[in-house]
Ligand binder design. Structure first.
Ligand code: NAD
Length: 697
């Protein structure tokens, strides 16, 4: 049963009982209506308490019914709220844990509200590119005032019940015993004659509503330029303020339907479900038992090792940090402390937290100190011989059942697993730099990685606040493998006539956080140079654009050397175009016998994005990733792909795969076209009129 109904001392108690957060599924809505009807018919009942079982009042819409007919099947949430609001017997919403979205809208329909301290109150629909569609934009302003409500609705952020104690939302905020308080309250109001108060009938007053709404519009335009939902929220609120409740409701309904169709909302909903889907593996059941991870060991204290250690300490997990020599260890610990101190200076971290986090990281030079570790993460030099030495060492001391992870970016995880006597316990944990900041974590599944090892590291990723995506073993895994053809196109376009600033400007206007050249300068051009040199040896027959090598031959490694594709003034990160690099590029074109041409921005964007899409299609066909939305998650959380476009694969779906394929064929007929071969997985879907994400919801 999604809803329980009981009566006690003249009060009917309707309890939402639909774990985990009492989502308002069709069955739940039906159950509440049935409860209301039963209460009206029972002459002994004078009042009705509406409450939630478990840890929440209600988290709102049931996400498992999203995009299914059940979501809109009668009784809709609006019908339900109407039934609550027009109930002749007073309805008291008793709120604990969470009242969000539709859950809060339902509570706003009640005549009275009592909350337990600590409950989280929010209308987060804007985060899915929508607006509260069951009267939230009309009732919340009437409950707590225009300004506070608008801020909550436009930001989607949650506010604790005690902070809203005097706002007009709650009749009481209690410290404990919510059921007892609700029962007593219900008996009191049940004995009073009606009519009982209704939020919709409250006046909505503001000394300068139009001025405030204009101010809010300007703020939102600056803060969220690519998202239509916040503006539509403001418009719906405005209609309610200026034209009354009913007109406001109509405006809200219209805005909701319009927003549902926007590409931005589609992208946000896609990202929301993609993140949840990425956590699930088709062949690793959710019931897989997890291994306990109490003690973490990180090997290597360079760029990555220090960031990884901080990620665990930030989540309150103790970490041992081991390096081969004392000086490197000292450097690593100094770097960690400096990083935390910078956060304290910026006011992002308290001094106490700094002390606590430093205390969680124990530096050591002795392998024996790591023997109790449950999870080892290796982040030493990217050389197979070094990895071999380290993994043999870990294998020698680790206890049975310990998980052995490598942070390698490019090496074969299966070969690394082969250095141990327990390849089933070896997994890749590919963090991104800076590891304590970047959300993305690629979990690399080796041929022998055990299901419970995968389940455990996926769970651990969530604990340390990462978005984990599983990748099979291949060169570059998901993210960097897709990036390679993207960078190749960027280099080809330089050869054909573009300059770094033009390419970066075009793709940044499309929405990327950073174009390929600014990104390379940040990551270090020498790193990709080393990888290319390996590729030249491994695949000498392949044609690679060499312009980036010319840059590296001049020592222009990027921000760290003060010069790369751009020039950087000492101590500054802002890039300025370099006449030297521009001349180098023009000379390179001449050397290749290419007559430079002006490349339109549209071509730049298509060639870069479709290079990602085409390689993504191959990754899917090879089974390196389980689903297209995993690739989108990688690009949204680790590579600065614009969120409002939903990731490269969803973007390709929205353009239409037929159109994507046609464009690729056009570029394949141009000079440097040999780099383009339409991936069979793309061609097949295009021929069948399918999208990459069609198989999903
Ligand atoms: P780094 O050169 O900054 O640090 C390497 C660390 O390993 C140093 O502290 C060094 O003292 C230590 N070390 C070397 N040999 C050792 C040994 N035998 N025993 C113990 N410690 C040893 O390198 P990094 O950039 O942190 O990269 C480390 C790993 O992470 C590499 O596999 C790299 O491919 C991968 N990675 C790097 C990035 C990045 O952006 N830098 C991103 C993802 C993954």
């Amino acid at each position: 049963m999604a809803v329980d109904y009981t009566t006690r001392d003249g009060v009917a108690v309707i309890t939402l009982n639909h774990p985990p957060v009492n989502g308002l599924s069709h069955a739940t809505r039906l159950g509440i209506i049935a409860g209301l009807d039963a209460a009206q018919q029972d002459p002994a009942v004078t009042a009705i308490v509406l409450t939630g079982a478990g840890k929440a009042f209600s988290g709102g819409a049931d996400i498992t019914e999203f995009n299914t007919p059940k979501a809109m099947q009668a009784p809709t949430l609006a019908t339900l709220i109407h039934a609550v609001e027009t109930s002749p017997k007073p309805v008291i919403a008793a709120i604990h844990g969470i009242a969000m979205g539709g859950g809060l809208e339902l509570a706003l329909g009640a005549h009275y509200r009592i909350a337990l301290r600590g409950a989280q109150i929010a209308l987060p629909e804007v985060k899915l590119g929508l607006l509260p569609g069951a009267g939230g934009t009309q009732r919340l302003p009437r409950a707590i005032g225009l300004e506070a409500a608008l801020n909550m609705i436009v930001s989607g952020s949650s506010v604790r019940s005690e902070q809203l104690a005097d706002s007009g939302l709650f009749d009481e905020v209690v410290e404990a015993d919510l059921p007892g308080a609700a029962l007593a309250f219900a008996q009191r109001v049940g004995s009073q004659a009606g009519p009982h108060p209704c939020v919709r009938k409250r006046p909505l007053e503001h000394p300068n509503a139009e001025g405030f709404l204009q101010f809010a519009r300007n703020n939102v335009a600056a803060a969220a330029p690519h998202f239509p939902a916040p503006q539509r929220c403001i418009e719906a609120i405005k209609a309610g303020v200026l034209q009354g409740f009913e007109r406001g409701l109509a405006a809200e309904r219209e805005a909701f339907s319009a927003l549902l169709q926007t590409p931005e909302s589609r992208a946000l909903r896609h990202a929301f479900f993609a993140e949840r889907a990425a956590a699930k593996l088709p062949d690793v059941p959710v019931s897989t038992p997890l291994r306990a991870l109490h003690q973490i060991a990180v090997i290597g204290a360079g760029t990555m090792g220090t960031g990884i250690a901080m990620s665990f300490a930030n989540a309150g997990l103790p970490v041992m940090l081991l390096v081969a020599d004392a000086e490197a260890l000292e450097r690593g610990m100094t770097k960690i402390r400096a990083n935390y101190e910078a956060s304290v200076k910026k006011g992002k971290l308290g001094a106490d937290a700094l002390t606590q986090r430093m205390a969680l990281i124990t530096p050591t030079l002795a392998w024996d100190d790591l023997k109790d570790a449950d999870l080892f993460i290796e982040a030493v030099y990217e050389e197979m011989s070094v990895k071999e030495q380290v993994f043999r060492q870990i294998d020698a001391i680790a206890k049975p059942g310990a998980i052995l992870a490598s942070n390698t970016s490019t090496l074969d995880l299966n070969q690394i697993a082969g250095f141990t006597r327990r390849p089933e316990n070896v997994v890749g944990l590919h963090f991104f730099s800076p590891a304590n900041v970047m959300k993305l974590l690629e979990v690399v599944r080796g041929t022998h990685t055990a299901p419970d090892v995968l389940a455990t590291v996926m769970h651990c990723a969530r604990q340390i606040g990462k978005t984990a995506v599983v990748s099979g073993v291949c060169d570059g895994f998901i993210g960097n493998r897709m990036l390679e053809p993207y960078l190749c196109q960027a280099f080809y376009m330089l050869e054909e006539g573009a300059l770094p600033a033009q390419v970066d400007r075009a793709i940044e206007a499309f929405g990327f956080a950073m174009g390929p050249f600014r990104m390379s300068d940040l990551a270090g051009n020498d790193i990709s140079w080393a990888i290319r040199q390996r590729r030249y040896r491994e695949a000498p027959q392949r044609h690679y654009p060499k312009v980036a090598d010319r840059l590296c031959e001049r020592g222009r490694f990027g921000q760290k050397t003060g010069s790369g594709w751009y020039d950087y003034r000492p101590g500054e990160r802002s890039a300025s175009a370099s006449p030297e690099v521009d001349a180098l590029i023009v000379a390179y074109s001449a050397e290749q016998g290419v007559a430079r041409r002006m490349l339109p921005d549209e071509e730049i964007v298509e060639r870069l994005v479709y290079a990602l899409v085409n390689e993504g299609a191959r990754i899917l066909t090879e089974g390196i990733a389980a689903r297209a939305s995993d690739l989108d998650m990688v690009y949204l959380s680790g590579y600065g792909f614009p969120l409002w476009r939903g990731g490269p694969m969803l973007y390709a779906d929205s353009v239409g795969l037929f159109n994507v394929e046609r464009a690729i064929r056009r570029y394949a007929a141009q000079p440097n076209g040999a780099a383009w071969q339409v991936a069979p997985g793309l061609a097949e879907r295009a021929a069948q009129g399918q999208g990459f994400n069609d198989a999903a919801r």
